[in-house]
Design a protein. Structure first.
Lengths: 234, 338
């Protein structure tokens, strides 16, 4: 089974695009399924099921969704094998831009949209920097010039990835993407494999449910802003 | 502290024109007296090393990616000698009449009712199709099937598109935006390019605008004019697809001449009579197929002159009404005297 990690900011068009690409893959006889990782709620699982694709939804709830992803992906892959899938897409919304679900040796895809602004490629971080394929959506409503600048900004942070433009509504570009996904790596290397980028530590008192504000309530890894240049706040 | 791999001990590309920009954009101090990336990394306070999520390796990779992007944009293919569209088939399988060959500096108009397949033809060129779209057309560049790799690279695509649905969405002034685009092209003199595009755009737009006008405040006509000038003068793409831009109040003749001067191949899908007659050839599309290829004859050329006159009159009335004038005797005479 091929396992593909699909990541991108919320509302960048991941689900619409994945649906179009999976339809193309299904037309060539491949069985596709999805596991959708989200934070609090997600209706995307239903969208996949309505289109006839087996789908799992994992809600991270109070924990960091990327930590939740890495703790559960093996079980999800097992589910995919039970479903006799040829291709399993692991879709997750990058939330703090500091993490990436991409795994060494497995095909890694990042979706960004043109409307998010030209500074986005620099803000997104490892989810974009470590991707093999970057898909830029919503190009039909912005100018040619903005598309070119956006793609250039993506190239500035990821020299190696393929960059493709696609439209999740019309399906433009989905054929090309389906050819790339059909050639993605098998998931043999998943167990005992390695993430491409370490997930950041989050071990302050607020991670454990603290809600009160004030220094007395802060424990663990606490970082303060350096507001004045002379560092007198430290 | 992690020890740096041997590859990082080499002299870093600090003298490279783009390196300082890389550090500035990532909010890192610009290296001044460091010979290697290792020296530079060790000179950073730990908070700074930790803050951006950088490691020495990722910083090195990031710098390389950034500099490679500059080179890539300088290397883009921007000239084609010919664009051929081989005959395909209509929606009901009827074969198309003939192959077409387009040359730089040529404007081809595409006409046909809504749903006839104008957008399909433009999409075939954009892909570029290799007998694998419903029309079964093949697109040849310089007489050859394009490198299949091009289909899998957004940057290698040869086509720039301008459609009625496109808008500027960036919160920037016109000049700042053009500067961004010029920089992404790694031009020798970005500032000069900014002024060239701006001048051309203002000359085309009905109403003037300046370098400090915010992009998002441009009128429909002004932003269309800017898109056209930018696609002609700053975009590296040799083929321009234009879908329905007539209602924007842009000087259409000037716009097309700009593309022709720059040696672009232009395909123009339109319902506007003046625009439909502005190309060297006109493709008539019906039920998914190109059914006729027309060249303007002398009767049509005479009509174009008359239509252009009507167009100028209409523009004059529009201007007069906007100035608060009324259409008095003088205007009436202008319209009704034979």
């Amino acid at each position: 089974m091929k396992l593909i990690t699909l990541a991108g900011p919320p509302s960048s068009g991941k689900t619409s695009l994945a649906l179009k690409v999976m339809q193309q893959l299904r037309d060539t006889g491949l069985r596709c399924g999805v596991v959708k990782f989200d934070c609090l709620s997600s209706r995307d699982g239903e969208r996949y099921q309505e289109a006839g694709f087996p789908a799992l939804t994992g809600l991270a709830g109070n924990t960091c969704p990327d930590h939740f992803f890495v703790s559960n992906i093996e079980d999800c892959a097992r589910w995919g094998h039970e479903q006799q899938l040829d291709v399993l897409i692991s879709e997750s919304a990058g939330l703090c831009n500091r993490c990436a679900p991409h795994i060494r040796g497995l095909y890694a895809v990042c979706v960004l949209d043109n409307l998010s602004g030209v500074d986005t490629p620099r803000k997104v971080g490892p989810m974009l920097k470590t991707a093999d394929l970057v898909i830029i959506t919503k190009g039909d409503i912005v100018s040619q010039a903005e598309r070119e600048v956006f793609a250039h900004r993506v190239r500035q942070v990821n020299a190696k990835a393929r960059i493709l433009f696609a439209n999740g509504i019309t399906g433009q570009g989905s054929w090309e993407i389906s050819r790339l996904w059909a050639n993605a790596a098998e998931d043999d290397s998943l167990s005992g494999g390695q993430l491409r980028f370490s997930l950041p530590s989050a071990v302050c008192s607020y991670c454990f449910g603290q809600t009160k504000i004030g220094r007395d309530f802060q424990r663990g890894v606490v970082r303060r802003m350096n507001i004045e240049e002379d560092g007198s706040h430290d | 502290m992690t020890e740096l791999p041997a590859s990082l001990r080499q002299q870093i590309l600090l003298e490279h024109a783009g390196a300082a920009e890389f550090f500035r954009l990532n909010r890192l101090p610009i290296p001044v007296s460091h010979n290697t990336l290792k020296d530079y990394w060790h000179s950073l306070p730990w908070q700074q090393q930790d803050l951006g999520g950088w490691t020495p390796e990722s910083l090195w990779e990031g710098l390389q990616a950034f500099l490679a992007a500059r080179q890539l944009s300088a290397d883009q293919l921007s000239i084609v000698q010919s664009l051929e569209i081989t005959a395909g088939q209509g929606k009901d399988g009827t074969p198309e009449a003939q192959n077409l060959c387009l040359r730089p500096g040529e404007v081809i108009c595409i006409v046909g009712p809504t749903g006839a397949g104008k957008s399909r033809l433009l999409a075939d060129i954009e892909c570029p199709a290799q007998g694998d779209t419903p029309s079964k057309r093949h697109i040849l560049i310089d007489g050859k099937a394009p490198n299949p790799e091009w289909r899998f690279s957004g940057e290698a695509r040869l086509v720039a598109q301008i459609t009625q649905n496109m808008n500027f969405v960036m919160d920037l002034s016109v000049a700042a935006f053009l500067r961004l685009h010029a920089e992404s092209r790694a031009l020798a003199d970005p500032e000069e390019a900014v002024w060239r595009v701006l001048d051309a755009a203002v000359a085309m737009a009905g109403e003037p605008f300046g370098p400090n006008t915010p992009l998002t405040q441009l009128s429909g006509g002004q932003s269309r004019a800017l898109m056209i000038a930018d696609a002609a003068l700053l975009s590296p793409k040799p083929i321009i697809l234009i879908d329905e831009i007539e209602n924007a109040g842009v000087d259409r003749t000037r716009a097309l001449n700009l593309f022709i001067e720059k040696g672009k191949i232009v395909l123009l899908s339109t319902h506007d009579p003046l625009l439909a007659l502005s190309g060297s050839r006109r493709l008539v599309i019906c039920n998914g197929a190109v059914v006729q290829v027309l060249e303007a004859n002398s009767d049509e050329q005479d009509c174009v002159e008359h239509l252009a006159q009507l167009d100028r009159s209409l523009a004059a009335v529009r201007q007069a009404l906007r100035r608060g004038e009324t259409l008095d005797q003088q205007w009436k005479e202008r319209f009704f005297t034979p």
